[in-house]
Ligand binder design. Structure first.
Ligand code: KG4
Ligand code: ZN
Length: 335
């Protein structure tokens, strides 16, 4: 049986990325262009700016991904692309590029849900064994996803307001940090102490939903009140206090979900999965679940990239998913 070689496109937010993935678990090539610098002075992603960058980069990255791999389009098995969720104008660039290449080279076209991509990055570490449970924590999403078998995704917990990464970014903004602030807060938190008392929402309900807007408001109020009283706030201590509050909630909900949904594999994925406190606390928690293998996605594949879309595209391809030429971007796509 021949190897499957899938070329994958990701353009849902502020990274343009093209990858070639072999058999769903090996990165043959990965080319990513980040636009973070263009958005930083606005404190967040500007959709029109994002689309323009994607247009400039996408064909260059596709050519580079092929030449890095020493392949031609004739060698490929299929084209996979992020269909959603994300910014519609940004998604459209990837979808249009993927459709065009698939049509021109007579290749199957595979639509991928961005969140399935994040989770599937675990397959680059070791094969996901099902049933599996994933904590998906990114700038746009905070979900606990139960996967009874491959290609079956059930959202058992979701955020009722802000996503965890969004909360890091918004809190970072009021602390005067540059966007995106997650990594900076992570580093500052390692140096501070937990000297500020901040709320942890929905800790005692029996469900797996999250809420982070109250925590965000508490940090905004704390800084505002200190400013009014001309008191100084120790930003490292605030970072530690804030991060502990986020992680206490993520860990409590994960533990409850692991108890109710016995999984063979537990995955943490998405941009926030790069967080050091989250990784180490999850590692300690999973040590108490001997039947569950802990698979954090690699640090360099936690944030948005096309390799993860290739991994998810390979799963979808094997399950018979094919799109026709009417495929459109879907900014609100869900599992
Ligand atoms: O998955 P991702 O690259 O994009 C989305 O699909 O949203 O996630 C980006 C998010 C941002 O909110 C960023 O601040 C956060 O991931 N992030 C972190 C860390 N690194 C990135 N949050 C906490 N700790 C980190 N080390
Ligand atoms: Zn993402």
């Amino acid at each position: 049986e021949n190897d499957r070689l899938i070329m994958a496109f990701e353009s849902s937010a502020d990274e343009t990325s093209v990858a070639i993935v072999k058999n769903g678990n090996e990165i043959v090539s990965l080319e990513t262009a980040t636009q973070i610098k263009s958005h930083q002075r606005f404190g967040g992603i500007v959709p029109e700016v994002a689309s323009r960058h994607h247009i400039e980069e996408v064909t260059i990255l596709a050519d580079a991904a092929l030449s890095d791999a020493g392949l031609t389009y004739q060698d490929l098995t299929a084209i996979a692309v992020t269909q959603g969720p994300g910014l519609v104008g940004a998604l459209l660039i990837g979808v249009t590029a993927a459709k065009t290449i698939a049509w021109a080279h007579h290749l199957p076209l595979i639509p991928v849900i961005h969140l399935a991509g994040h989770i599937s990055a675990a397959n680059f570490v070791q094969p996901i064994v099902y049933p599996a449970l994933a904590l998906m924590v990114s700038g746009g999403h905070t979900e606990l996803v139960w996967m009874p078998s491959e290609f079956e995704y059930l959202v058992i917990g979701d955020t009722r307001d802000d996503a965890a990464g969004e909360c890091f970014d918004k809190v970072g903004r009021v602390m005067g940090l540059t966007y995106p602030a997650g990594k900076t807060i992570d580093q500052m938190a390692a140096r501070g102490s937990e000297n500020y008392d901040l709320p942890r929402a929905l800790m005692n309900d029996q469900q797996y939903d999250f809420s982070f807007s109250g925590l965000k408001s508490a940090v905004i109020n704390l800084l505002h009140n200190a400013d009014q009283r001309q008191e100084t706030v120790n930003l490292e201590d605030l970072a530690t206090s804030f991060q502990h509050a986020v992680m206490d909630v993520l860990l409590a909900k994960t533990k409850a979900a692991l108890l109710a949904y016995p999984a063979k594999t537990f995955i943490v994925a998405g941009g926030v999965a790069a967080n050091q406190e989250l990784r180490s606390r999850l590692k300690a928690l999973l040590a108490t679940f001997p039947d569950t293998t802990f698979t954090p996605v690699p640090m360099n594949l936690a944030g948005d990239n096309a390799a993860m879309i290739g991994a998810a595209g390979d799963i979808a391809y094997r399950h018979g998913v094919r799109a026709d030429w009417s495929l459109n971007a879907n900014p609100g796509l869900e599992f």
